[in-house]
Design a protein around this ligand. Structure first.
Ligand code: SAH
Length: 215
């Protein structure tokens, strides 16, 4: 019998040591049962501070990255957030505990159905999901206070910039040359967009312009 409780407590301590100091973010990570979002064969590793493979060649992000991105989003309880790349649904669940509503888009039907089942099982009622190409955003629900992209592209998708409110924040990984990826925070200001480098990261690619994965 493995002790998930103590592994989860250790993860929270490690996140603190790694500079996560927003108590609301730590509280949300502590509340979301990550074991429900990882494939059954990785159950025991649910609270390891690592990314893990999920179906369709994708990954559930490392908890430290989820925590950092969430912290850099600077959420308010009334924020409306757009997420691109639902994947397992874990990041969306963490966000949903900290803001008014989460709109999340995934291109793989199979992953989205699994994520929807998890949201239902955990009784989240402020997460809306959609199958499709997230680089186009979700015009029907725009504009958003915050945007988070959990897959990497060479450029910030224009539709997502347009769908961000003035004063809004977008956190996303950007592909640079020589296989480097940078996590950046983009803020929309009255005279344009201000970009801040956060850290080097490694994400799966954002697949643009190919419609749904239908898998
Ligand atoms: N946030 C996820 C991480 C998933 S990995 C989690 O917490 O588990 C990134 C996801 O982005 C993958 O599931 C991939 O299928 C999806 N993705 C890639 N390109 C996309 C696009 N253009 N639109 C929507 N989803 C996309």
């Amino acid at each position: 019998m493995i002790d998930l409780e103590s592994r989860r407590a250790k993860l929270i301590r490690d996140l603190r040591d790694d500079g996560i100091n927003d108590e609301r973010v730590l509280g949300a990570i502590e509340k979301v049962p990550r074991e429900i979002f990882v494939p059954p064969e990785h159950f025991e590793r649910a609270y390891d501070n690592t990314a893990l493979p999920i179906a369709r060649g994708q990954t559930i992000s490392q908890p430290l990255i989820v925590a950092s991105m969430t912290q850099h989003l600077r959420l308010f309880p009334e924020s409306r957030v757009l997420e691109i790349g639902t994947g397992s649904g874990y990041q969306a669940a963490v966000l949903a505990l900290l803001c008014r509503s989460v709109y999340t888009i995934e291109r793989h039907d199979y992953l989205l159905r699994q994520a929807n089942n998890r949201f239902a099982r955990l009784e989240f009622n402020n997460i809306e999901t959609r199958l499709g190409d997230g680089s186009l955003g979700w015009p029907e629900h725009a504009p958003f206070d915050r945007v988070i992209v959990t897959a990497a592209a060479a450029e910030v998708p224009h539709a997502l910039m347009d769908q961000l409110v003035l004063g809004g924040v977008m956190v996303l990984p950007i592909d640079r040359r020589f296989w480097r990826q940078e996590l950046v925070a983009l803020e929309r200001t009255s005279d344009g967009y201000r970009t801040n480098y956060l850290m080097d990261v490694r994400f799966v690619p954002l697949v643009v312009g190919q419609g749904e994965g239908r898998t």
